[in-house]
Ligand binder design. Structure first.
Ligand SMILES: CC(C)(COP(=O)(O)OP(=O)(O)OC[C@H]1O[C@@H](n2cnc3c(N)ncnc32)[C@H](O)[C@@H]1OP(=O)(O)O)[C@@H](O)C(=O)NCCC(=O)NCCS
Length: 269
């Protein structure tokens, strides 16, 4: 076993869960929520986002409860300064994202230090993508997007966007740290597309102005969650090198999408 592999803790487990938001929510879902979460649900005026929130939060509770060995309704969640939910004491690390009919949850061991970030977006071609790219992308990312053939622009936009969002969500800063102060490159054809030539393959962080951070401290994975969606996961690189081989813990088992519907009792799906 190489020295780099030995540095990976045995308990660096990771699970990815998919929640189907197209299905109707049930009273059982609402019953799992805390009083504060129910209040929040009631404040949604439009039914679709309300259903999205309730179903996702109930699924999150079931996923965490399975690992914690408690009832879903007994899971205690706290919210960070900029809205990132976590468990008190960081017993497990997790993050959540939802878009249209899909929610994704990543959950992993305490060794991730709460630094897991996930993002999913429904990728629709829109005229405002160019404006958004100029506003939210770093200069090199925007230039890469704008130079792409029109037929590829939607795809490139959402791949960059979800990778960037996943990085911000790992940190939990929201947009208090500008999305223009770091830059990512896509993995394509044996090298990082959009990055300088000679860089190893793999979506990666090219530069960051986050205080104390460095590009090689992070790994990224683009997730295949189905047509019309783009999704990305960002997590600390336990190996911490510029090596482009997949991290040893990102094996097939870790990156397999599990169906959160299976966690609800049959009469509550
Ligand atoms: C707050 C933020 C996480 C919202 O992201 P979003 O894409 O709208 O929403 P997502 O569905 O991916 O994530 C929302 C979930 O992330 C979690 N979350 C909330 N605040 C978070 C934070 N600061 N950090 C990490 N996770 C957070 C919550 O679980 C939330 O779900 P909930 O509302 O059901 O509790 C934030 O990154 C943001 O405001 N982004 C704006 C979009 C943008 O301009 N991005 C620029 C990319 S180039």
């Amino acid at each position: 076993m190489s020295a780099s592999r030995r540095r990976v803790p045995d308990d660096a487990w990771l699970e990815l869960w998919r929640v189907d938001l197209a299905a109707e929510g049930t009273d059982a879902d609402v019953g799992l929520l805390s009083a504060a979460e129910r209040n929040r649900a009631e404040r949604f005026v439009v039914p679709a986002p309300r259903r999205q929130f309730v179903r996702t939060r109930a699924a999150l509770r079931r996923i965490l409860a399975r690992r914690l060995g408690c009832a879903p309704g007994a899971v205690k969640l706290v919210t960070g300064e900029h809205g990132k939910p976590s468990l008190p004491g960081g017993t497990l690390s997790f993050n959540v994202s939802h878009s249209a009919d899909i929610a994704l949850v990543v959950v992993g061991a305490a060794c991730w230090g709460g630094r897991l970030g996930i993002d999913v977006e429904r990728a629709a071609p829109e005229r405002r993508l160019e404006r958004l790219a100029r506003r939210f992308f770093a200069e090199d990312e925007a230039a890469f997007f704008l130079a792409a053939p029109p037929g590829r622009q939607t795809d490139i936009f959402y791949r960059l966007w979800t990778l960037k969002e996943a990085y911000l969500k790992s940190w939990g800063t929201g947009l208090t740290f500008s999305s223009r102060r770091f830059s990512v490159a896509l993995a394509e054809a044996g090298r990082s597309e959009g990055g300088p030539p000679g860089q190893p393959a793999g979506p990666r962080l090219l530069r960051t102005e986050m205080p104390g951070d460095r590009p090689q401290a992070w790994s990224f994975v683009e997730l295949d969650v189905g047509a019309h969606y783009r999704a990305a996961l960002c997590l600390p690189s336990l190996r911490g090198t510029l090596d482009s081989r997949p991290e040893p813990y990102l094996d097939e088992e870790a990156t397999r999408l599990r169906d959160a519907t299976d966690l609800a009792p049959p009469d509550q799906r």
